[in-house]
Design a binder for this molecule. Structure first.
Ligand SMILES: [Cu+2]
Length: 147
């Protein structure tokens, strides 16, 4: 009995998830099981130090409305990090910035599927896009611009 408790404590202490928590926040990603670019975005987050829990669902829209994606700002996948919404192919760098700033906003969004955004890399095309800050009231403003 005592040994079991000690072992449980030891596991809790040495568990990587416990140590990883402050530097690498967990991102919950909701995507359809067949979405290739969503999986590539997940890889982009992991490569940038995030711990990702990927959830396959056929009802991504339910998560969009739960997390408050404004009308017209939707993309292929929806994610949550801490209390923040992250919609679409948002660069990891901007998510880190949002977390560092402890922003009072609802989250970030890159609407649509922009060629050249993280997870949407192609050889032929690279389009300019904005990362939008979504405020608590649902209004948005440009948070970063990518060329
Ligand atoms: Cu996509």
């Amino acid at each position: 009995m005592k040994i079991a408790i000690l072992r449980a404590l030891l596991v809790a202490v040495v568990s990587p998830a416990v140590w990883a928590a402050p530097d690498t926040p967990v991102v919950d990603v909701y995507k359809s099981p067949t979405c290739g670019c969503c999986s590539k975005w997940v890889d982009h987050l992991k490569a940038n130090g995030f711990t990702v829990r990927s959830h396959n669902t056929n009802d991504v829209v339910a998560h969009k409305s739960r997390l408050g994606v404004p009308f017209g700002y939707g993309s292929c996948h929806t994610a949550q990090v801490g209390s923040y919404l992250v919609e679409g192919h948002v660069p990891a760098k901007e998510i880190k910035r949002l977390l560092k700033e402890k922003s009072s906003a609802r989250g970030l969004a890159v609407p649509g599927m922009v060629a050249g955004s993280p997870g949407m890399e192609t050889d032929e095309r690279k389009d300019a896009y904005d990362v939008f800050l979504v405020n608590k009231d649902g209004s948005t403003k440009t948070y970063a611009h990518y060329l």
